[in-house]
Design a protein around this ligand. Structure first.
Ligand code: FES
Length: 108
């Protein structure tokens, strides 16, 4: 397997499914390449802008794990942070994530 499926729910509730997300890419890069609304990735994946904020579906939280300290500090700049918040530029795709579902957080 070299590609996985990701289900994105945009802020207006639109579901977009990406079937060919490459392993090793970041979820932010996949979102931008596929025109997912609300994922800007302004800092290019440097964990510095929080414009790639997503909520990981609770069923997938154990797979992605928790943010590290630097990601948590950047998440503090984002609005509407929840327990399942992650910065999608910090989520490097692996085969265990096949079918993962995330909701795009509102930009503030
Ligand atoms: S792209 Fe800037 S923090 Fe993720």
């Amino acid at each position: 397997m070299s590609e996985i499926k990701i289900i994105f729910i945009e802020t207006d509730g639109t579901e977009k499914i990406v079937e060919n997300a490459k392993l090793g890419a970041t979820m932010m890069d996949v979102a931008r390449a596929n025109g997912i609304d609300g994922i800007l990735g302004d800092c290019g994946g440097g964990c510095a802008c929080a414009t790639c904020h997503v909520y990981v579906d609770p069923a997938w939280q154990a797979v992605v794990g928790n943010p590290d300290e630097i990601e948590e500090m950047t998440l503090d700049m984002a609005g509407e942070v929840q327990a399942n918040s992650r910065l999608s530029c910090q989520l490097v795709l692996n085969s265990e994530m096949d079918g993962i579902k995330v909701t795009v957080a509102p930009l503030v």
